[in-house]
Design a protein around this ligand. Sequence first.
Ligand SMILES: [Mg+2]
Length: 388
Amino acid sequence: MKIKHIRVVELDIPAIEPRTKERRPSWNEEAPRGSPMGMYPEWRDAVPAEIPGFGGRPVWVQVVADDGTWGLGRCSFGEPVEALISTHFAPLLEGRDALATEYLNDLMWRSTKRFGSLGLSAVAMSGIDIALWDLKGKVLNQPVWRLIGGPSRDSVHLYATGDDLDWSQELGFTAFKITNPAHYEMGIEGLNLVEEKVATARDAVGRNRELMINPVMSYDVEFTIRLAERLRPYELRWLEEPLIPEDIEGHIQLKKAITWIPIATGEDHHTRIPFRQLIEHRAVDVIQPDLSWCGGLSEAIKIYTLAQAFGIKTVPHGGANTPWGQHFAYAMPESSMAEYWLGTAPGIPLDEVRPIPGMSMPVNGEVTPTDAPGFGMEILDSQIIPRA
Ligand SMILES: [Mg+2]
């Protein structure tokens, strides 16, 4: 079976219109959060859509085989990624064996070395790789979690990301990650803000629940160490992505300096070698590849295997917000938790805000993907519109 074509598409699926009325707007509407751009006051109170480099349209990719079977994948960051898919990767892969996911992953990875295999190249690879796995599952009539060796558990345990801790507890989640209100440039004022926020959150969830915080590359080494001293009493499960991904020496230094809070990172690391560097230096306790950004499911499996050999857990970023993240965490033994990014308004049941038809939604802080073929997305031919 050959790849007939790979194309960027749009999905014409009904907009989410919950039946239930919200109790109040979500934290996600207004809460400022960390980003490297928080260096400048202009972006310190911004939501992601306002932060340069944090928005961008989702990119859907369809891989069509010569018998008409197709698979769908999704990645991010709009037009530049679409251009990489349609002008570089599609011509490279069209006409080749559609089920040879490992060979196709290798072709994509090698072909980007001159212009850069990290960043947007890895994101574009991800959309295609996910579509190839969806196609393979449909052709073999199996869910992808079975093709990659699962299941390893009955359901995937989730943590909820967001600041509406009353609502996430009401939904049955038992682990929580809050947003970060400070940038290292804010100095002691920033330290005070973060400590106050963590203390309030710890009070809200009690001592018997896991709690994490998500700086999203807002800290430097010095600020992180000062903050970690302040946060000792709150027993965080982890401190997530304090530094920019390129700073391997900074990660090594942090891990040596901070032994009482595990360090997690990885959503902005791409492809196997940057992860290998973190892992071989034991500069991280939990790795968090995003399957839609890191190079795809094929690349995430390589990253997972490296981490597993070093006794490091893999908790996929946004894992429960996509079918492929759910399939990965359901299949992999050392991926015993996944993230559910909870950005919808308190009061609206999660099954009313399903973003992709056919995707399982969390129930009581757990999720179980279906056993439908591929990634189980229920999308019709007529809903797939090629982008001009
Ligand atoms: Mg994060």
